[in-house]
Write a protein that binds this ligand. Structure first.
Ligand code: GAP
Length: 503
């Protein structure tokens, strides 16, 4: 990772804390690894993302219905889905320093032919590509220099810690100590339902919201006048006992997902897969993630789960590397077939026009809310200069959120705290709030400083009541990004802001 990328991440985490976007969970007790709380600005940003998704995915469409299923379900759900047996990460421990790693995220670069030396151990990045390049960069410099002397004759091989050749033992990326063999570690959080704490009472906190949708598929078919192709959408908490939570909120143990299971005829699955692949990518672009930092990556055949026919990730170039925001998968009829088998309930779909019975195929766009928040925070973070009240350029940090996502849409200031200006400003502030739009009122300090505070929060519009307001009932509205000031009638402010933030 480049030095300035580290620096950028530090600045972002600092701003998130200082301005009340994101706090470590239970911080007064030292926090708890992998858990994060959203403060007053963060919760607004997060809600705006979820509301934009819900509006665009559920409310604006005729082929989608919503759902809110429970976090704890009958444990048979997780047997049917395969999570009890397969939701594992391979783990290795360092025998010396006791550090623990995901074996599939620790890479070793071996030089084949001639030297056959172990060059490096490393990498905690989230995607294999980044992990490999970090591993290569971290290569033991002495060995590397020795090998570089005859670099042309060297053939490199990259191995995962749990797939080392010739019984060769991997070593700890931190201290060089010996690593244990890889072991399987199930990532579902277990709990007990009821008074007994024995195996009959074991239940799981869901590791994905998707299975709640499959478990309700029959209820929805039976109660809604809906025909295939259609989708069920859900937003909710998921829990995974991640081995290495890291990169701020990117890999957390408690997080939210926004998931769609889109049911279609098997013959139409490829068409719908292409549709959702493009649709979901464009959704992020439309909300301000520039396409230069966003990419759609198709999975190679070897990466696909055994039941998946195709999968693509929407990836974002975070300061810590290119990583997944959302996955779009063609899950075939795997999930419904499994639930039919385990529940004994008929989950086939009957098409009363064609008289055909079949288990629908499922296209699943599955995104993480917290990862979306993090990507929008990274994208918004900008340092530039803006003139202060004397016209002198001053450095500023500005969060350039899309107006639809900005936590606070407008701020209203009286230029000075007298001459009826606070009263006039409060009237406008209250009118904005009455229209259901978030607004902040601020009368403290120089107006330039008040602008800076709002720039850091990402507020797109600042409304200032000044001497002229009292004469002609007009105010200035300053645009966060262009710094342009419009003079408009005070009673037109609500419409002005509302037209621009609902776009
Ligand atoms: N139902 C499919 C499913 O859950 P996934 O790729 O494991 O697929 C989907 O998860 C999305 O959930 C990911 O693209 C990511 O945005 C989010 N996600 C997964 N694990 C996460 C974690 N530990 N912390 C934050 N977000 C996570």
């Amino acid at each position: 990772m480049a030095e300035n990328a580290n620096e950028l991440m530090d600045k972002l985490v600092g701003l998130a804390k200082r301005r009340g976007f994101i706090f470590p969970s239970s911080e007064i007790y030292g926090g708890i690894n992998g858990f994060w709380d959203y403060g007053p600005l963060g919760v607004e940003l997060k809600r705006n993302i979820k509301e934009a998704w819900w509006a665009d995915i559920v409310r604006k469409r005729d082929d989608m219905v919503g759902l809110d299923s429970t976090i704890i379900m009958n444990p048979r759900v997780w047997e049917a889905s395969g999570h009890v047996v397969n939701f594992n990460d391979p783990l290795v421990d360092c025998k010396a320093c006791k550090a623990r790693f995901r074996a599939d995220k620790v890479f070793f670069v071996l030089a084949k032919d001639g030297e056959n030396a172990l060059l490096s151990a490393g990498a905690e990045a989230d995607d294999d590509e980044a992990a490999r390049s970090t591993a290569t960069a971290a290569a033991n410099s002495k060995t590397r220099r020795r090998l570089e002397d005859h670099a042309e004759s060297i053939v490199w091989e990259i191995h995962r810690a749990d797939k080392m050749p010739d019984g060769r033992k991997a070593v700890c990326p931190k201290c060089g100590g010996e690593l244990t063999d890889a072991r399987k570690f199930n990532m579902m959080f277990k709990t007990f339902v009821g008074a007994l704490e024995d195996s009959s009472a074991v239940a799981y906190l869901r590791p994905e919201t998707a299975q709640g949708i499959f478990a309700n598929y029959k209820n929805i078919i039976d109660t809604q006048r809906i025909k295939i192709p259609f989708g069920i959408a859900q937003i909710g908490k998921s829990f995974r006992n991640e081995i290495n939570p890291r990169n701020f909120t990117f890999r957390s143990r408690e997080f939210e997902q926004m998931e769609i299971e889109f049911f279609c005829h098997p013959n139409e699955a490829d068409k719908w897969y292409e549709y959702w692949r493009a649709e979901r990518y464009n959704w992020y672009v439309g909300l301000g993630l520039t396409s230069a930092k966003l990419r759609l990556r198709d999975h190679q055949k070897e990466e696909l789960a055994h039941y998946a026919r195709a999968c693509a990730d929407v990836e974002y170039s975070f300061p810590f590397g290119i990583s997944e925001l959302e996955g779009i998968a063609n899950r075939t009829d795997f999930d419904l077939s499994q639930h039919q088998k385990y529940s004994g309930k008929d989950l086939a779909y009957f098409d009363d026009e064609t008289k055909e019975r079949f288990i629908p195929y499922v296209i699943e766009p599955s995104g993480g809310v917290d990862r979306a928040v993090l990507a929008f925070l990274c994208e918004a973070y900008t340092e530039d200069t803006a003139p202060d009240e004397h016209g002198n350029p001053q450095p500023r940090t500005v969060m350039r959120f899309h107006p639809r996502l900005a936590p606070v849409k407008a701020a209203v200031f009286p230029l000075v705290k007298k001459d009826g200006m606070p009263e006039a400003a409060l009237k406008i502030h209250n009118a904005i709030k009455a229209a259901g739009i978030t607004s902040s009122y601020d009368e403290k300090g120089a107006v330039g400083r008040r602008y800076r505070r709002q720039d850091e929060a990402g507020t797109p519009f600042c409304v200032t009541v000044d001497g002229l307001t009292l004469q002609d009932q007009t105010v200035t509205v300053r645009d966060r990004d262009t710094l342009k000031q419009d003079r408009i009638a005070a009673d037109a402010v609500v419409r002005y802001v509302s037209e621009r933030v609902r776009a």
